[in-house]
Design a protein around this ligand. Structure first.
Ligand code: FAD
Length: 395
C-alpha cells in the first residue's frame, strides 16, 4: 500500500493532525493498534476529558528544553481549541485552576476529532501494529501487522508509556533512535507514590481521606488536595509533585497551608488549653490523621496546657513541614503522563520535523514535553499537531 502521509497513533495528537491535513486536501492514513479511536481521551478526566486549561504557559510543562513548547502553544492556543469545541456546541465547565471539562462525556471530544477527520476523508487502519520503519529512496517503508505501507511522510504520534494495558508501545522512541534522534530517558509522571512498609502500615488506615495541603521539594510546590490510599499517597498535589521527584528524595507536606503560627495556630491552642491535643487538632485536621501522626511519634499525646511555648512552635513546625520519603511511584500502570521522550533539540519547534530527517515528524506526548495536571497535556497534543499540519500545508 502506498500513501502520501501516514500518522502512527489515533490519539489526541494523531487524530487532530489527521483532520487538519485531510481538510487541506492531503491523502492521510492513520494507523493504530487499537480497535477504537481516541481511547485515552475517553478515559481522561474521569470520563469528562479535561481538554484544555484557561491558563496555559510554558512553565506548566516539563522538558529538557523549556522554551521548545512556546512556539506551538502560541500558534494554536487554548482559545483556538475552545473555539472548535464551541463550534460543535459541546457543553463544558471550568473546574479548579482554569481546568475545562466536558459537561457530558469525553466522547464529545472524540466525536469532534472523528468528524474533523471525516471532513478530510482521512483513512484509518485500526488493529494494526507498527513494528518497524525503514527509510526508502522517497520516504519510508512501514512494517505493520497488516503488511507493508509505503509513505512519503511519516508523523509519529504514538504517545507515552502510561496505561500499557491500552497497547502503548515504545515504537516512537525506537523510530527516533533508528534515525539517530536522541531520546531523553523516560519515566512515569503525574503518578501516585508508594510508601515504605512501616509508614504504609500506619497511613493506609487513612485510605479515602483527602485534605488540602501544600507539597513541596527543593524545586517546586503545589497547593492542592492530597489523598491517602491503600497503596500510599495520591491526589492532585501528589501527582503534580511526582513529576518533579527523584528516587530517594523527601517531599515536604504542609498540612496547614492556610495557617499562620501567631494569627491562627497559637490562638487555637490558647483557646483550647484544657482539651487533649488530639481533640484540639481535630478541629482543623481529620482525627484519624492526628492519631496516625501520634502513632508515628510525630506528635505527643498530651493535653494542650502541658505544651511549653517551644513545644507549641515545634508542633506547628511538625505539622507544616512533614517530610515523607516515598518508596517509589505506581509507575506507568497508573501514570497520566510520560516524562522525557524524543529530544526537542532534534526537532523544529515550528514544524515538529526532525532536523536530520525532512520527512519525519513527532507530535504529542512522544516528544519530551510533559504537562502539569489540568488539561495541559491535551493542549500540547492539539498545539503540536497543529504546528505539524501547518508546516505540511505548504507542501
Ligand atoms: P495517545 O493518546 O497515547 O495516543 C497514542 C496512540 O498510538 C495510541 O492509540 C496507541 O495505541 C497508538 N500506538 C502506540 N504504539 C503503536 C504501535 N506500535 N502501532 C500502532 N499504534 C500504536 N491529559 C489532559 O490534558 N487532561 C486529562 O484530563 C487527562 N487525563 C488523563 C487520564 C488518564 C487515565 C491518562 C492515562 C492520561 C490522561 N491525560 C490527560 C494525558 C493525555 O491523555 C495524554 O497526554 C494524551 O492522550 C497524549 O496524546 P497522544 O496523541 O500524544 O498519545
Amino acid at each position: 500500500m502506498q500513501t502520501k502521509i501516514t500518522i502512527i497513533g489515533a490519539g489526541a495528537a494523531g487524530l487532530f493532525c489527521a483532520g487538519l491535513l485531510g481538510q487541506q486536501g492531503h491523502d492521510v492514513t492513520v494507523i493504530d493498534n487499537g480497535k477504537k479511536l481516541g481511547r485515552k481521551i475517553l478515559m481522561s478526566g474521569g470520563g469528562k476529558c479535561n481538554f484544555t486549561n484557561l491558563n496555559v504557559e510554558a512553565n506548566h510543562y516539563i522538558s529538557e528544553n523549556r522554551h521548545f513548547c512556546k512556539s506551538a502553544l502560541k500558534r494554536f492556543s487554548q482559545w483556538d481549541f475552545i473555539q472548535l469545541v464551541n463550534q460543535y456546541g459541546i457543553a463544558y465547565h471550568e473546574k479548579d485552576h482554569g481546568q475545562l471539562f466536558c459537561d457530558n462525556s469525553a466522547q464529545d471530544i472524540v466525536d469532534i476529532l472523528v468528524k474533523e477527520c471525516q471532513k478530510g476523508q482521512v483513512k484509518f487502519m485500526l488493529k494494526t501494529q507498527l513494528e518497524d520503519v525503514n527509510e526508502e529512496q522517497q520516504g519510508f517503508k512501514l512494517s505493520t501487522s497488516q503488511g507493508c505501507v509505503y509513505t512519503d511522510k511519516l508523523i509519529v504520534a504514538t504517545g507515552g508509556q502510561s496505561m500499557p494495558a491500552l497497547g502503548m508501545t515504545a515504537i516512537g522512541y525506537k523510530i527516533a533512535e533508528k534515525f539517530s534522534i536522541p531520546v531523553v530517558p523516560v519515566k512515569a509522571g503525574l503518578v501516585p507514590f508508594t510508601l515504605h512498609k512501616p509508614l504504609l502500615a500506619v497511613l493506609s488506615t487513612l485510605a479515602g481521606i483527602a485534605l488540602s495541603v501544600e507539597v513541596s521539594n527543593e524545586r517546586i510546590s503545589f497547593k492542592e488536595n492530597l489523598l491517602f490510599t491503600h497503596r500510599g499517597l495520591s491526589g492532585p498535589a501528589i501527582l503534580q509533585i511526582s513529576s518533579y521527584w527523584q528516587a530517594g528524595e523527601a517531599i515536604t507536606i504542609n498540612l496547614l497551608p492556610d495557617f499562620n503560627f501567631e494569627d491562627d495556630f497559637k490562638p487555637l491552642l490558647d483557646n483550647n488549653r484544657n482539651q487533649s491535643l488530639k481533640n484540639c487538632l481535630a478541629q482543623i485536621l481529620p482525627k484519624r490523621l492526628i492519631e496516625a501522626l501520634i502513632q508515628l511519634n510525630l506528635i505527643v499525646d498530651l493535653t494542650v496546657k502541658q505544651l511549653t511555648p517551644t513545644q507549641q512552635q515545634a508542633l506547628y513546625q511538625t505539622l507544616t513541614t512533614w517530610n515523607v520519603i516515598p518508596n517509589g511511584t505506581e509507575g506507568y500502570r497508573t501514570a497520566e503522563v510520560t516524562l522525557g521522550g524524543v529530544s526537542c533539540d532534534a526537532l523544529s519547534s515550528k514544524t515538529m520535523v526532525a532536523q536530520k530527517q525532512p520527512n519525519l515528524y513527532f507530535i504529542g506526548e512522544v516528544v519530551d514535553v510533559a504537562g502539569w495536571l489540568g488539561g495541559y497535556n491535551f493542549q500540547w497534543a492539539w498545539s503540536s499537531a497543529f504546528a505539524c499540519a501547518q508546516a505540511l500545508s505548504q507542501v
